[in-house]
Ligand binder design. Structure first.
Ligand code: 3PG
Length: 394
């Protein structure tokens, strides 16, 4: 896959560059949770490159799922703050996306300055891949750059419809991710082990289904495992799951049960406090009031054995409630084992939720690719169409 990218020789000085990034990171107490290899930090490298060339940069991102209306908790102010620190310059903000206020703010931009628009998902037409909204966005720039790989599995206005309205290019971060993932997809080395956890079942389950013929083993943990355990008729107590997920999980177990490795033991607690007493139980011993927060020691051993033999490893999603440190053991040990396997295996790791564990372990530069995408990375590897990326193909 060859993408239209910016050439170093392209004159960008004074040009209004409309750039879509994916700064969708957790926000805690008004602060963007984004480490040195986080989504915002990695976008900042490319923004800096444009600043050095004297472009007027207009940034767009989504944050969370505000469903087409203003939700203050999803305002991009914390993103602007993080970007300002990284770029060592004030990133301007505006309380709008395409209205007159925004047009005036764009007109006032000096060469090398950066303006961040408000969350594009505050606009009701963002998720509709709408040509009218796309035209309004496109009018803000002379050219458009998509550097938001992590959201390219969603054909939405600011990553897809917009490409029909304005000269459009793949940003360096997006191009690099597509490049490495394409190579893996073309020549995966066997055994190919897929490790999946976390939430967003509605995105991940269909993609895992498509990936099944290509992989030898799927190790399932985290909230995703709850759907499979429930599909097998097991008790998961008060752990999260969704009904639709159970139906899909049951179908998958029927089709490819042998490839799918589920936890055999689990860590459970009665409340999600970090000082809660933990118990290790077998999968059939979870009580109705328990919450599953991690994979157990036997499961970890089984997963590490599979990773130790793999020659291609793709991992997305935590294997437990890893944002609470005492419940992050399984996720940490998997992160470490995959890092150790790099070199002997192609190791592709993606998704925001595991970022803090990976950074804390010092593993960020120890994988073949640390992708910014979770669902997007899996979708790409499954070979499913990704219209926002296809729109940038030469
Ligand atoms: C992600 O975090 O996977 C991307 O930013 C996409 O977010 P979404 O699942 O809310 O579309």
């Amino acid at each position: 896959m060859k993408l239209r990218t910016l050439r170093v020789s392209m004159p960008l000085c004074g040009k209004r560059v409309l750039m879509r990034i994916d700064a969708n990171v957790p926000i805690k107490k008004g602060k963007a949770m984004d480490g040195p290899q986080g989504r915002i930090a990695r976008s900042a490298v490319d923004i800096d490159w444009l600043m050095q060339r004297g472009a007027k940069i207009i940034l767009m991102t989504h944050l969370g799922r505000p469903e087409g209306k203003f939700v203050s908790a999803y305002s991009v102010a914390p993103v602007a703050k993080r970007l300002s620190e990284l770029l060592q310059t004030k990133v301007k903000t505006v309380r709008g996306i395409v209205d007159e206020k925004v047009q005036k703010a764009v007109a006032r931009l000096e060469n090398g300055e950066v303006l961040l628009l408000e969350n594009v998902r505050f606009h009701p037409l963002e998720k509709k891949d709408d040509s009218v909204f796309a035209k309004q966005l496109a009018a803000l720039g002379d050219l458009y750059i998509n550097d938001a790989f992590a959201v390219c599995h969603r054909p939405q206005t600011s990553v897809h419809a917009i490409t029909k309205e304005i000269p459009s290019y793949a940003g360096p971060l997006l191009a690099q991710e597509v490049n490495v993932l394409s190579k893996v997809m073309q020549h995966p080395r066997a055994p190919f082990v897929l490790v999946v956890g976390g939430v967003k079942m509605e995105t991940k389950l269909p993609v895992i289904q498509r990936l099944l013929p290509r992989v030898q083993t799927v190790l399932v943990g985290g909230a995703l495992a709850h759907a499979f355990l429930k599909a097998k008729g097991l008790e998961i107590g008060r752990s999260v799951y969704d009904e639709e997920g159970i139906v899909q999980a049951a179908r998958m177990l029927k089709q490819a049960g042998k490839k799918i490795v589920l936890p055999e033991d689990l860590v459970v607690v009665s409340s999600l406090r970090k000082d809660a007493a933990k118990r290790v139980v077998g999968v059939s011993e979870v009580g109705p009031k328990d919450r599953i927060v991690d994979i157990g020691p036997k499961t970890i051993e089984r997963f590490l054995a599979a990773i130790g033999e793999a020659r291609t490893i793709v991992w997305n999603g935590p294997l437990g409630y890893c944002e609470i440190k005492p419940f992050a053991k399984g996720t940490f040990l998997i992160a470490e084992a995959i890092a150790k396997r790099t070199g002997k295996a192609l190791t592709i790791v993606g998704g925001g939720d595991t970022g803090p564990v990976i950074e804390e372990g010092g593993f960020t530069d120890q994988y073949t690719l640390l992708s910014t995408g979770g669902g997007a990375m899996l979708t790409f590897l499954s070979g499913e169409s990704m219209p926002p990326i296809e729109a940038l193909e030469i």
